[in-house]
Ligand binder design. Structure first.
Ligand SMILES: [Zn+2]
Length: 460
């Protein structure tokens, strides 16, 4: 339990692009919290947009010897390959379920020691999660000249969907994507590589906590914490802070959410969509979506199932209930849909964590901070912080968002603000819908809300 609340900087000060439309933002959002890290944001965004959303149907397969073979033979070869790879994928999933490492490694290239070692770690991690459901399926074939050069002409690269459910964490099965390379060796197909496609997949692909080093699992009711093997002390400490934080979210946010929280606090700086590698990143943590259906799989936006929290390794020692209550507020609202404006998402998360600070240190700290936001942050802006550029802003958009939520809570009551959140998260799919919902439920537009906010005098 933390006894010294942060004095000025917004706790958490992170980013949680937890909505489906924020899929493209996932890459960049964490990276650009601090000023001066606006590196290549546009490039990355452009890259992400340029990446075609992959169809799930298998496109025509280019066979090296297509010209010399009768089509039927080629089709038969493709079908046989598909069957062989399907069989391998089924076997991998079964190996995890029945905890059979030999079976898991059976189809991994015996000559590739490094891959086999990585696959052993992956297997041990997956087993430790006690997955009640796991399955792999082939999406579509991909082509990569470098992989063909490396692995030979039989190289078959395929995007693979991994569907799984962590008991007690995922309310429904969720999907993540991978890219595997298979080659034919002495008449049989084996997995030759697991990262040839990583650059071409969505943000966070093949970067799940279990894809990295060996971890250990710490559990408590509604909490699952992953730390590097041996970092037991951190694991236990974070579990305790997370339990406190869950209590706060339950106390201060009205939505009856009974879900659980997964927190990855590993040594890696790139876990899922979180990017903490840059020295200048001040972000302490992020909450990134899980998807029951990935963007582009059934719908353009995908379907958000929930969110996992990733901790910046540089901040691991400072993880406390204040930081986690902010992040858990995102997790507790993630499955609503993610269409709420960022000022409301971040404002609500800040609202909850500052209620926690208030409970610990009394109202003085909050009053002081509220006045600072009014005096210093508010004059720097001319409107409510917009989604575009929110995480790149050098102004204190977190503080102003928090103030807007404080104002609405004072005016309408907390339950009405939570209902507003839920409506916007589910139905605020475009600006017109957002405007309509906000006006109907509060009597404000974003423009009039801003005017009132500028004249807001907190009652103390
Ligand atoms: Zn946040």
């Amino acid at each position: 339990m933390s006894s010294t609340p942060p004095s000025a900087a917004p706790p958490g000060a992170e980013v949680s692009p937890h909505g489906p439309r924020r899929w493209l933002g996932l890459l960049i959002a964490v990276a650009v919290v601090s000023a001066g890290v606006v590196y290549a944001v546009e490039d990355r965004e452009r890259d992400a947009r340029a990446r075609p959303v992959a169809p799930l149907t298998t496109p025509p397969v280019s066979q090296p010897n297509q010209g010399t073979k009768p089509p039927s033979k080629t089709a038969a070869a493709v079908a046989a390959r598909r069957m062989a790879v399907d069989t391998i994928l089924l076997r991998r999933a079964k190996a995890v379920r029945i905890v059979d490492e030999r079976m898991f490694l059976q189809d991994v290239d015996p000559a590739n020691k490094k891959l086999r070692q990585a696959q052993k770690v992956l297997f041990a991690n997956l087993v430790e999660l006690s997955l009640q459901e796991i399955g792999y399926s082939q999406a579509e074939e991909r082509f990569d000249q470098a992989a063909v050069r490396e692995h030979g002409s039989s190289a078959y690269l395929v995007r693979v969907l991994m569907r799984y459910q962590i008991p007690g964490v995922d309310m429904t099965p969720v999907t993540t994507e991978l890219g595997y390379t298979f080659v034919q060796r002495a008449g049989r197909w084996v997995m030759a590589d697991d990262n040839d496609l990583d650059e071409d997949l969505g943000p966070g692909a093949h970067q799940e906590p279990w894809d990295l080093g060996r971890f250990e699992v710490h559990r408590a009711p509604r909490v699952l914490v992953l730390v590097n093997k041996g970092d037991t002390r951190s694991g236990r400490a974070i579990v305790e802070e997370a339990k406190e934080a869950l209590t706060e979210v339950t106390a201060y946010w009205p939505r009856k959410w009974r879900g659980s929280v997964l927190i990855a606090a590993l040594d890696d700086t790139e876990v899922r969509d979180a990017r903490f590698a840059d020295e200048d990143i001040e972000s302490a943590a992020s909450a990134g979506s899980t998807f029951s259906s990935l963007p582009g799989q059934d719908t353009a936006d995908g379907t958000v199932a929930g969110a996992y929290i990733v901790i910046n390794p540089k901040e691991r020692e400072r993880v406390d209930e204040i930081l986690l209550s902010h992040e858990i507020t995102h997790v507790a609202t993630a499955d609503l849909g993610g269409y709420e404006p960022l000022w409301l998402a971040e404002g609500a998360a800040e609202y909850v964590s500052w209620r926690g600070i208030e409970a610990i240190s009394g109202p003085g700290e909050v009053a002081k901070w509220e006045q600072e936001v009014i005096d210093e942050a508010l004059p720097q802006l001319t409107a409510l912080p917009s989604d575009a550029g929110f995480y790149q802003s050098s102004a204190d958009v977190y503080g102003v968002s928090w103030l807007a939520v404080r104002f609405l809570v004072k005016r309408l009551g907390l339950t009405a603000v939570a209902d507003l959140y839920e409506d916007l998260a589910r139905h605020g799919t475009d600006q017109a819908a957002r405007d309509r919902i906000l006006l109907t439920r509060t009597g404000f537009t974003e423009a009039t809300l801003w005017i009132y906010l500028k004249e807001y005098v907190p009652q103390r």
